[in-house]
Design a protein around this ligand. Sequence first.
Ligand SMILES: NC(=O)c1ccc[n+]([C@@H]2O[C@H](COP(=O)([O-])OP(=O)(O)OC[C@H]3O[C@@H](n4cnc5c(N)ncnc54)[C@H](OP(=O)(O)O)[C@@H]3O)[C@@H](O)[C@H]2O)c1
Length: 331
Amino acid sequence: MQKRTLGSQGLEVSALGLGCMGMSYAYGPSDETECLQVLARAYELGIHFWDTAELYGPYSNEILLGKILKKLPRDKLIIATKFAFTFNDKGERIGLDSSPAHVKKALEGSLKRLGTDYVDLYYQHRLDPKTPIEETVGALADLVKAGKIRYIGLSEVGPGIIRRAHKVHPISALQTEYSLWERGVEEKILSTLKELNIGFVPYSPIGRGFLSGKIQKPEDLDKTDWRLTNPRFQAENIKHNVKLVEMLQEIASQYHATPAQIALAWLLKQDEHIVPIPGTKQMKYLEENARAVDLALEDQAWQSIADTLGEFKTAGMRYSDDNMKSIDTTE
Ligand SMILES: NC(=O)c1ccc[n+]([C@@H]2O[C@H](COP(=O)([O-])OP(=O)(O)OC[C@H]3O[C@@H](n4cnc5c(N)ncnc54)[C@H](OP(=O)(O)O)[C@@H]3O)[C@@H](O)[C@H]2O)c1
């Protein structure tokens, strides 16, 4: 597996990471034994950059990773996790807290669940409007000094916050949604990252599965699946959005590839400091996605993609109004 570097401090990661969220959260039922096998196979394939968060479960995704970390050489893996939310006793999300005291407490919980004494990349998952970013990053810098985290990341924040944070301590990566159907970061964020030499980790790179072509209507999702609440997957919107996948399918068939591979290859081509983290709990998808790193398309195919994107407008917001409240990438 090829490698890429995130940020000015030189965090080296596999060119493709593994999003672990869906193994425990949001995307319907999963099988723990199969998830552990997928993680072990990711390790064999050289996909060593694993993405989790306290929120996923909550907690159970970090516990799952902790089970396999015991069996693998810790120093070969780059483990990224995230803090930001507060939860009640039932595990329901009740607020945001990035105060220094909370950051330090959240990290202790993550370390315990992961069964490790350091996290490689620790992200703020969502901005806390009550805590200035300088205070949060100051606390993270203390954790770097203490050897409990190696690198600092942010998620879903805008250029102003990125600049303020980066003045306190170098930020190694921003993680925000980016894919063929969600290109909001192209407006201002990617240029800010380039200028500051901060890496970019696009989440939901296969459009939460949509760009694979396997989800064509809401009924294709399990009834417990969070995506049923996402505007883009609602009946009228998905019917329109499928047109983008049809174009991907056409190009994919010319290259003996799959639409998911084209979606990943397109992201990898945008910049050498972009590292997508496709999520899967299935072995066949993991192996298929890994092959996207070596997919070579001709200029003509990239041009057809660019032409289609020029004309296509995704229907539906990427989150419900309620979820959008904790995101402000304009600041
Ligand atoms: N920072 C944030 O706020 C944030 C938000 C969302 C996600 N994330 C992170 O980003 C990671 C990736 O994002 P994501 O999981 O939302 O979306 P994604 O990677 O775009 O898509 C995941 C979905 O696609 C399916 N899939 C994966 N490969 C496939 C293939 N080759 N063919 C067909 N279907 C395929 C998976 O199915 P199966 O589940 O059946 O394998 C899963 O349902 C997450 O795991 C999480 O770590 C971060």
